[in-house]
Design a protein around this ligand. Structure first.
Ligand code: PHE
Length: 454
């Protein structure tokens, strides 16, 4: 309750809101993670299930989070204490803060890889190398014990520094500058990739579904990724919602952010899969997929040298605008619930998360033999957070808005003093009361074996 009577930071403009929320949503999830898990779980079939989850669950949960944040003016935990005092709903916030810890620990590692690829691009490290040499470049680097750890720490320090500067000067300013450029670069890459010989197999893989390839694990990953890519289920958008001004049209914000996020993921898919097939790379390659694929495309492009520098710089920036939104969940919680200064909260959170991150990084190499549930530490952090904590968080957020908060208050908060279409409101309430929670519950139960759809 530290700042009850003190003005909270606010996003300055409508564009600032979109840029910050889209900056959070668009990140490694779209460009690094989406292609690699789509590759593992069968391409188009995965894509279509993921899109269905975005529409039926992602959109309503995003609106729910923004409503909770803006109404309560609090962090992910405090929000529930304000809106539902004396009830256990606040534990959703604890779940969210925990998810933020786990996600940022591996996110920082991958962002560190992206920094390494800026350096390699500047050194012209990809030219005159065969696809095999490019692949071994990645493995040698990620399995080594020192360099990836250092780069992860550098990235985490940058994240912490921006979060200390605060919402308006830090988050908003850095997110609205470079995003459009990223889209331009992706379009350029996609055009080149599609024109490669053998590209068609990649487009078929991404757009012609073979639903017989879909497994229970694949459906769970599509659900988890729908949450991950939209930054949902852990209170990021509760926290950001609390910085949004009262006159912002939340429905419009939700639609624009979701659209931007989805378009960028699909663009990344079009940039990557044709090249994957053209260069004889396995789509099931895993977390290294973009790092072993795209350098091959760059060095066949006119201006590829500059293009690759620009691409990895923008990927790192996209990662940064997401990582600050993850760290902000933890910082807002520490700051408001324990009365710590923004600076102290940020330093503490950054140190703790970076320590977990070191383990994630080492688990690609020296700690690879250490397995928990058959996964190394890096994959475990990813799996628990994206496939478990985020969907469970989303389930309860939907239930909270649908059954506890209720239609009347939703209307008040969303209409901004104006009118809201009754039909729209009814569809939204139906989704948060029934569709989203039931769908999430079915996917999770199928996974633990309580239900069995194969
Ligand atoms: N949505 C971000 C991405 O796609 C990751 C993220 C997850 C950010 C959860 C905030 C919360 O890269």
């Amino acid at each position: 309750m530290a700042d009850k009577n003190q003005a909270r930071d606010k996003f300055g403009s409508r564009f600032g809101v979109i840029a910050a929320a889209a900056g959070s949503a668009v990140g490694l999830g779209n460009i690094w993670k989406f292609p690699y898990i789509a590759g593992i779980y069968g391409g188009a079939a995965f894509l279509f299930v993921y899109l269905a989850f975005i529409l039926a669950i992602g959109l309503p949960v995003m609106l729910s989070e923004l409503i909770i944040g803006r109404k309560s003016q609090r962090n992910a935990f405090g929000a529930f204490k304000v809106l539902a005092p004396g009830t256990p709903w606040k534990y959703i916030g604890i779940l969210g803060v925990s998810a933020a810890f786990l996600i940022l620990s591996f996110y920082g590692v991958v962002a560190g890889w992206s920094v390494q690829y800026i350096i390699l691009s500047i050194q012209d490290g990809f030219s005159n190398r065969s696809p095999e040499q490019i692949a071994s470049l990645f493995t040698t680097f990620t399995t080594s014990p020192i360099r990836p750890v250092i780069l992860q720490l550098v990235f985490m320090i940058a994240t912490g520094a921006i979060v200390i500067i605060g919402v308006k000067k830090g988050i908003e300013k850095y997110t609205k500058i470079l995003m459009p450029l990223l889209v331009v670069i992706l379009v350029g890459l996609a055009i080149k990739s599609v024109s490669l010989e053998g590209a068609k197999a990649g487009l078929d893989f991404l757009f012609k579904p073979d639903f017989s390839k879909l497994t229970g694990e694949g459906v769970l990953s599509a659900l988890g990724h729908a949450f991950f890519t939209l930054s949902l289920g852990m209170g990021t958008l509760i926290t950001y919602g609390s910085y949004i001004q009262k006159n912002n049209n939340l429905v419009r914000t939700v639609i624009e952010v979701t659209l931007a996020d989805t378009v960028i993921a699909i663009l990344a898919g079009i940039a990557i899969f044709p090249a994957v097939f053209a260069f004889g790379i396995e789509p099931t390659e895993g977390p290294g997929l973009i790092f072993v694929t795209l350098p091959n495309v760059f060095h066949q492009m006119p201006g590829g040298f500059l293009f690759s520098i620009l691409f990895f710089v923008l990927l790192t920036v996209a990662a940064l605008t997401s990582s600050i939104s993850i760290l902000e969940v933890v910082v807002a919680y520490f700051k408001e619930e324990f009365n710590i200064s923004r600076k102290g909260a940020t330093v503490l959170a950054t140190i703790l998360i970076s320590m977990l991150g070191v383990l994630c990084s080492l688990s690609m190499g020296v700690l690879e033999p250490v397995k928990i549930f058959g996964l190394n530490f890096f994959d475990l952090m990813d799996w628990i957070s994206a496939n478990l904590l985020l969907p469970i968080g989303g389930l309860f957020i939907a239930l909270f808005i649908g059954w506890f908060f209720g239609r009347k208050k939703v209307e008040e908060e969303v209409a901004n003093g104006g009118k809201l279409s009754g039909a729209l409101l009814s569809v939204f309430m139906f989704l948060v009361k029934f569709i989203a929670p039931i769908a999430i519950a079915i996917v999770l139960m199928n996974k633990v074996g309580l239900l069995n759809f194969g």
